[in-house]
Design a protein around this ligand. Structure first.
Ligand code: TRP
Ligand code: SF4
Length: 406
């Protein structure tokens, strides 16, 4: 049984506001989002609360700039506010409400074994991450996802355990609260059909499993239901579900959509990353981009113009893989190995492709930079839509946990 039948499948993803995005983000994440918005009902949000779980000591005046710059980068990359819902996490308070309710039912041990918990504490040694908020990070992320009933969550590899945890939390919630009154009644009806003796046996085995965790009892009960002749397939399924205490799916279990990490080299030849200060921003200054690319290191074997090289040993070629067509790549392969072309010559078509791509982004961003109220309105509108969708889930969730008495 699935709720939200008939609605288009939803995608949810969030990004922590870290300031200007670079080409690594574009090829790794944003291009993927742009495609998803054509197929799914997408909810993309700025995870500002998530940023605070690790950066709570940072200068608070930076947050606003980081957020608005990032929204403009999304729009520049081709995210279409007419199709996707763009919003800011902290402006939809229901995320926090669901976070609190989910935290009630999430065992501590589940959080302690999430790999990013220890990894990040070790990586970010200069920050004190022994906080409640940091441990609870994946619960908040689960709330972000479950509140929209998302079926797909595009994330990088490092985030997959968080989506797995989200599934476990959803399952636990459904287990604890998904047994509405209708379900109980129907299950009892089906039990009666097992006959007096059969019903008694079923009930005792069910109790043995749900109250004492007796797995043998579960297997016995399953076999008993399976072999029973007088009940329909639907009733069998209900009896199986009831055995395990399962019921209605209030919260949908999402799936991770693994985004291939684009291993784009930065202008120093190492992986492009903000912490290495080797990035090309999405909306960079074209003169700077050209200068940096011209100075980018190449295969060290090509000391002089007539020394042949090997594209496999050259970071510039990694960029050709992303930006150049096959003919150009063949021209590079041959020209590099024979030393027919020089490195600057080789870089020229690349520089042109990157600048052309950037020109499109500058073009899209222009109106938003000229009139920032456009961006505010897009976000206000997105927050409103997100609010409606989140509230719908919360009404169900509040009722489930007993918070609908007033
Ligand atoms: N934790 C994610 C990251 O660091 C950001 C994020 C927060 C997210 N909530 C989310 C991603 C919900 C997907 C879905 O990249
Ligand atoms: Fe790299 Fe191109 Fe120079 Fe070969 S010719 S080393 S691929 S920049």
């Amino acid at each position: 049984m699935i709720n939200r039948v008939g609605q288009p499948e939803r995608v949810v993803s969030g990004m922590r506001p870290t300031g200007r995005l670079h080409l690594g983000h574009y090829h790794g994440v944003l291009k993927n989002w742009v495609e998803l918005q054509n197929e799914y009902d997408c909810y993309f949000f700025i995870a500002d609360w998530h940023a605070l779980t690790t950066h709570y000591e940072e200068d608070p005046t930076l947050m606003g700039d980081f957020v608005w710059e990032m929204v403009i980068d999304w729009l520049a990359a081709g995210i279409d506010p007419g199709r996707a819902t763009l919003f800011i996490q902290s402006r939809v308070l229901q995320h926090a409400e669901l976070d609190v309710l989910l935290s009630m039912i999430t065992p501590l041990s589940w959080l302690e074994r999430v790999p990013s918990y220890k990894d990040q504490q070790e990586k970010l040694k200069e920050r004190d991450l022994a906080t409640h908020g940091f441990l609870g990070y994946p619960v908040l992320q689960s709330a972000d996802i479950l509140i929209y009933g998302a079926s797909k969550v595009p994330v990088g590899e490092d985030q997959v355990p968080h989506v797995e945890l989200t599934r476990e939390i959803a399952r636990r919630f459904n287990y604890l609260y998904g047994r509405d009154s209708g379900f109980e009644g129907k299950a009892q009806e089906a039990i009666k059909k097992l006959g007096k003796k059969g019903a008694k046996l079923y009930r005792s085995l069910q109790v043995a499993y749900t109250e004492r965790g007796d797995h043998e009892a579960l297997a016995k009960a399953r076999a008993f239901v399976e072999e029973h002749q007088n009940i329909t397939l639907g009733e069998k399924e209900r009896l199986f579900g009831y055995l395990e205490g399962g019921g209605r799916l209030v919260l949908e279990e999402p799936e991770a959509l693994l985004t291939e990490a684009a291993r784009l080299p930065g202008v120093d030849g190492e992986k492009m990353s903000k912490s290495y200060q080797n990035t090309i921003a999405l909306r960079d200054d074209p003169r700077r981009v050209e200068k940096e690319l011209r100075a980018m290191p190449t295969d060290p074997a090509r000391k002089r113009r007539h020394d042949p090289g090997d594209p496999a040993k050259c970071p510039v070629y990694e960029l050709h893989k992303v930006y150049s067509d096959e003919a150009t790549r063949k021209w590079v392969q041959a020209g590099c190995r024979s030393a027919d072309i020089g490195c600057l010559e080789c870089k020229q078509p690349l520089i042109e492709s990157i600048l052309a791509e950037q020109e499109m982004m500058h073009e899209r961003a222009r109106q938003y930079l000229e009139d920032p109220t456009l961006v505010r309105n897009i976000i206000a509108d997105g927050c409103e839509r997100a609010h409606v969708a989140a509230e719908e889930t919360m009404q169900d969730v509040r009722a489930c946990v007993g918070l609908s008495y007033y």
